[in-house]
Design a protein around this ligand. Structure first.
Ligand code: SF4
Length: 519
């Protein structure tokens, strides 16, 4: 398919920092592609890292591409060169629904695997979702990096200058070639302190990044809690963190470079990092602001809430997920409702604008009447709050994901939450605002997350019908028997076991699934 020139536009931004490199025709040319708009893409540490690190390599040029959702166009930030002149494109796909956008983009550019085969540019995907299960990308991309790429990125890039890069990539550890029929073991970085962290980060003063301006700092990877529904913690296992002295160094150097005294911390469990409270106090003394990610309820206390307030954050985000505490403990979220109420009281007293709460509905091991009763009781206890919509509840249906104990549930399980959702929608409260994810989107996510090679056909079909739910429904109607079966009944032997060695014992998943009545 010919390149659609209206679809790919050259749209450089006014940025604090760009890399201008003199090149030779023989240099390796890499595209770094994000399926999200510029202001979201600059918040990705992968995007930041890939741009600065790849351009620091001898004989390598890296060019950035983002996707504007409104105009549905790819924007090249660095070059007007034809995309077909690239040797490879690294495409970041952290979430399952990104696959649909990726299929849409690659199809429009004429470089989707199904049409172009193994010709250049080679499409190399990475991210949490494809690491857990690359199969649904079978007809879309050429390769998937299974796990964390830092230790092999140089090898991947330099292999592109070799005689037979496809063969070289196929033979590399943790690089899996479509149709992903060899089991590849996940790579991970053991020592974060000695791994690359981008300090020279780019942004545009004209487009405020999500989470705001400031140095983005990866504090830790993985999470020690392994909550039953949480794919991140299972796929990023084990929990690793940077030493606080290293975190401080990154913050100070980043601030010196950006000239913005603010840090944005990335961590699945910030308060599991030893010494972090002390570091936050030090930042406050030095006049540095910070953005703190969502925290576990039992990690929140008045000292920490005060620290967070002094760091300039206006909203606290807590993730209790389940309000039935006997159940929340079973899934890995132990806390008490009294403590949660105390945290809300303190947040209210300290003058935070809002508290955001993440909740999940549709756990197979939790009776809906108990769930609703716990919700009502909780809402009843919020009468001390006099500020309208002080609490923002984000309610999501449980989405079963690979390499978690809920992976045996069929995607159709998600649709059962429609009833729960309509009950929640009928709640009226002046104190809390409830936003609820449409179960159809959650269902689509589960269909892809738990998919097989056949699912890549569904994704492409969906992309051809546009990126909305209407396209998904049309694509669903053309499913073959294999897809229909797993969507209705789930997998007994998940097919991703034959593509990825995650290092997680299958027995653990089975036993925990039985305990949770999900198998
Ligand atoms: S605390 Fe959060 S990040 Fe950690 S395992 Fe639980 S849900 Fe996942």
């Amino acid at each position: 398919m010919a390149i659609n020139s209206d679809f790919l536009v050259f749209k450089p931004r006014k940025e604090n920092y760009t890399i201008a490199k003199r090149g030779r025709p023989s240099d390796i040319k890499i595209g770094i592609m994000m399926t999200i708009p510029y202001r979201a893409a600059v918040s990705s540490l992968f995007f930041q890292m890939a741009y600065t690190y790849l351009n620091s390599l001898e004989g390598v040029h890296a060019y950035r591409y983002v996707f504007d959702i409104d105009s549905k166009r790819i924007e090249a930030l660095d070059t007007e060169m034809s995309i077909k002149k690239l040797d490879a494109i690294l495409i970041s796909l952290p979430f399952e629904l990104d696959y649909v956008t990726a299929a849409f983009i690659l199809h429009r550019l004429g470089i989707i695997h199904k049409d172009k085969g193994w010709s250049k540019p080679l499409i190399i995907a990475g991210g949490l979702a494809p690491t857990s299960n690359p199969l649904p990308l079978a007809e879309i991309v050429d390769f998937v990096v299974i796990g964390e790429a830092e230790n092999i990125i140089d090898k991947i890039v330099y292999s592109l200058a070799e005689q037979n890069p496809v063969k070289m990539l196929e033979d590399m550890p943790c690089v899996s070639a479509t149709p992903f029929s060899d089991v590849k073991r996940r790579c991970f970085v053991e020592d974060l302190d000695n791994s690359y962290h981008p300090l020279q980060q780019f942004y545009s003063p004209d487009e405020e990044p999500i989470y705001g301006y400031g140095i983005r700092v990866e504090v830790s990877r993985g999470c020690p809690y392994l909550c039953a529904f949480c794919m991140e913690s299972h796929v990023l296992y084990p929990f690793r963190y940077r030493d606080v002295s290293m975190i401080e160094k990154i913050v100070l150097r980043g601030i010196e470079f950006l000239k913005i005294p603010r840090a944005i911390f990335y961590s699945l469990s910030l308060f599991s990092v030893p010494g972090i409270d002390h570091l936050l106090g030090k930042l406050i003394s030095n006049g540095i602001k910070a953005s703190i990610p969502s925290i576990r309820v039992e990690h929140a206390n008045s000292n920490r809430l005060e620290l967070i307030k002094l760091l300039g954050q206006k909203t606290i985000t807590l993730a209790p997920e389940s309000l039935v505490t006997s159940h929340s403990c079973r899934i890995g979220k132990c806390y008490s409702i009294d403590h949660l109420i105390e945290v809300l009281e303190t947040s209210y007293r300290l003058g935070f604008d809002h508290v955001k709460l993440y909740l999940i509905t549709g756990f197979p091991d939790l009776n809906i009447d108990d769930e609703i009763q716990a919700f009502k009781d909780f809402m009843h206890r919020l009468s001390f709050i006099k500020k309208r919509k002080f609490i923002e509840i984000s309610m999501n249906p449980l989405v079963p994901k690979p390499w978690t104990p809920y992976q045996y549930l069929p995607p159709e399980h998600v649709l059962k939450t429609s009833k729960n959702i309509s009950i929640y929608k009928s709640f009226k409260s002046s104190v809390a605002d409830i936003s609820i994810l449409d179960p159809n989107w959650a269902f689509a996510q589960a269909v892809i997350a738990l998919g097989s090679r056949e699912t890549s056909k569904l994704i492409i079909e969906w992309a051809l019908h546009g990126l909305g739910l209407g396209g998904f429904k049309k694509a669903l109607s053309s499913l073959n028997q294999e897809c229909k079966r797993y969507i209705r009944h789930g997998w007994e032997a998940p097919p991703w076991y034959d593509a990825v060695d995650m290092g997680i014992p299958v027995k653990y998943l089975e036993l925990r699934a039985r305990f949770l009545r999900a198998l």
